[in-house]
Design a protein. Structure first.
Length: 130
C-alpha cells in the first residue's frame, strides 16, 4: 500500500544519528544522503523493501510533528524492541507514552515501545504477540 514514509527534521544530522541508531538495531544500514533539486538534505533508509526518509522541509519552515501520528516499526521480539528503545534514547530520542512492554487492547496482545525523535515525530517498535 505504501511507497514510502517521510518525516521532517529540524536538525537533519541530529535526526540522522537517531534513525541510524534505532534502525541499526533492526539490521538497517545508515541513511543514504540525497540532496533534492531545491537543495534540501534528505536521508533515505531502505530495509526489507521498505523505504523511510527524513528531510529538511522544502518550504524552509520548521518541521513539525503530526499530533496523533505514529510511525510503527516491526521488531522480531521484545528484546530487540528494548534495544531499539535504548538506542533511540542514547541518540537523542525521548520516551513517550508508557514504558516499553506488553499491552492488551481490543483482544490483541502486543509489545510496544514508543519514542519521539529529535524533531518530535512519534515512532514505535511493535511485536504482535497474539
Amino acid at each position: 500500500m505504501f511507497s514510502h514514509i517521510m518525516v521532517g527534521a529540524n536538525n537533519i544530522e541530529e535526526s540522522k544519528a537517531f534513525y541510524d541508531a534505532i534502525f541499526g538495531v533492526l539490521g538497517c544500514e545508515p541513511g543514504i544522503i540525497s540532496i533534492n533539486p531545491t537543495n534540501q538534505t534528505r536521508y533515505m533508509y531502505i530495509h526489507e523493501s521498505n523505504v523511510f526518509l527524513i528531510t529538511e522541509p522544502i518550504d524552509g519552515q520548521a518541521a513539525s510533528h503530526g499530533n496523533g501520528v505514529t510511525v510503527g516499526f516491526k521488531v522480531p521480539d521484545e528484546a530487540t524492541g528494548d534495544r531499539w528503545h535504548e538506542a533511540g534514547l542514547n541518540a537523542g530520542g525521548v520516551t513517550c507514552e508508557d514504558p516499553p512492554g506488553v499491552r492488551e487492547a481490543m483482544g490483541a496482545k502486543m509489545y510496544l515501545a514508543y519514542l519521539k525523535d529529535p524533531s518530535g515525530n512519534k515512532v514505535c517498535a511493535l511485536k504482535r504477540l497474539a
